[in-house]
Write a protein that binds this ligand. Structure first.
Ligand SMILES: Cc1cc2nc3c(=O)[nH]c(=O)nc-3n(C[C@H](O)[C@H](O)[C@H](O)COP(=O)(O)OP(=O)(O)OC[C@H]3O[C@@H](n4cnc5c(N)ncnc54)[C@H](O)[C@@H]3O)c2cc1C
Length: 332
């Protein structure tokens, strides 16, 4: 999402970006998704904001301003961004090319036709939280594993409300998002591993969710199999540096926020907007543009990182116990 937005914003400023994507054309992993207000401006400039907003449900609608966020089918945004954008699919970046002063000047990508080397004035890594390019370029990455795990469901049935969230007595949370075509729920739970977290089974999961977050009742009617329930162990990511000569990391490759913030993609889209503008103002010097980008973007992104509620919970982990009726998995 961040890479495609970046490419559109660059094309609008007269650049010719090459977009490399390792997955086949049209592929994406569906998820419960809300677009936060931080992402509106870049998408407006790309020309897809209204389409995405019309396809979704407003969260915290206000009479005189846009909603705080939009719960929307994830594919609606991805498909809108894919339109009219040339993408080299099934091209996996596997190596950075450097010149004799160690500046990154291109990439080697694995493709169905063999390895291809592509020169670049700037490599913009929008390759997600596990960013292979971040590793290849040697950026430091601080990964903070959250003290709790996450249990989530996806349902083809919408809920009565677009958003609901509640905090539990140990600071953990339980939430629900619903777009027109379906809904998703998530909650924090004990880090017990997938097998133990899913062991109580479907009826127990649904009973717990409906009891702790009654707004999710109609969404839960569409949860008919444990295949729709997922356990994960989320981590937060922050990187002290975002660029080195010839290469810059943006979006999830540079930062990842906790599950209850809902800001990760909006911040990433804002990164793309700022970087496109910095490049446009420094057309012949991409490294100067990256320096400017970092100066502009740090005051916008660092406070989100510092104030992430997940990070605050790391500090107080194990000092407060949840009430027995809130715990997952339930005690035998
Ligand atoms: C379950 C879930 C729910 C979420 N809910 C929300 C939400 O409600 N609101 C929100 O704002 N955010 C949410 N997020 C986060 C949001 O999805 C991300 O912030 C957003 O997708 C970031 O986009 P990105 O383009 O930076 O990274 P990604 O979406 O991870 O995209 C990276 C791309 O790089 C490609 N790639 C990786 N390695 C290579 C390589 N070597 N060569 C070529 N291509 C490569 C990948 O295939 C992928 O297409 C959620 C995430 C998850 C997992």
């Amino acid at each position: 999402m961040v890479g495609m937005t970046m490419a559109h914003l660059l094309r609008r400023r007269g650049f010719e970006p090459i977009v490399l994507e390792r997955m086949p054309a049209g592929h994406y992993i569906p998820r419960g998704y809300m677009l936060g207000f931080q992402g509106y401006e870049p998408l407006e400039e790309v020309g897809v904001y209204q389409e995405v907003r019309d396809a979704g449900r407003p969260i915290a609608p206000r009479p005189d301003q846009p909603p705080v966020a939009v719960a929307v089918r994830f594919g609606a945004l991805i498909e809108a961004l894919q339109k009219d954008l040339p993408i080299h699919n099934e091209h996996t970046v596997k190596e950075l090319v450097k010149d004799d002063i160690d500046r990154v000047v291109g990439v080697v990508a694995e493709s169905p036709d063999g390895d291809v080397t592509m020169e670049a004035d700037l490599v913009i890594a929008c390759d997600g939280t596990r960013s292979p390019v971040r590793e290849m370029a040697g950026f430091e990455a601080d990964i903070d594993v959250l003290p709790e795990a996450a249990l989530a469901f996806m349902s083809p049935k919408p809920a009565d409300t677009s958003f609901a969230m509640d905090y539990m007595s140990d600071g953990g949370h339980i939430g629900l998002l619903s777009w027109h075509e379906g809904s998703a729920g998530w909650r924090s739970c004990a880090r017990v591993g997938e097998e133990a977290a899913l062991a109580p089974g479907l009826d127990a999961v649904k009973e717990m969710w409906a009891r702790l977050l009654p707004a999710s009742k109609s969404a839960l009617e569409g949860v008919t199999s444990m295949d729709q329930v997922r356990y994960s162990e989320p981590a937060l990511l922050r990187c002290p540096e975002w660029w080195k000569p010839g290469v810059v990391i943006i979006g999830d490759a540079a930062h990842f926020f906790g599950p209850e913030t809902g800001v990760s993609s909006g911040i990433g889209l804002g990164d793309a907007h700022a970087l496109a503008e910095a490049l446009s103002q420094n057309r012949d010097d991409p490294d100067a543009a990256c320096h400017l980008y970092e100066m502009w973007r740090m005051p916008a992104v660092r406070p989100y990182e510092a104030n992430d509620p997940g990070r605050q919970r790391i500090l107080v982990a194990d000092s407060v116990q949840a009430k027995p009726e809130e715990r997952w998995p339930p005690e035998a």
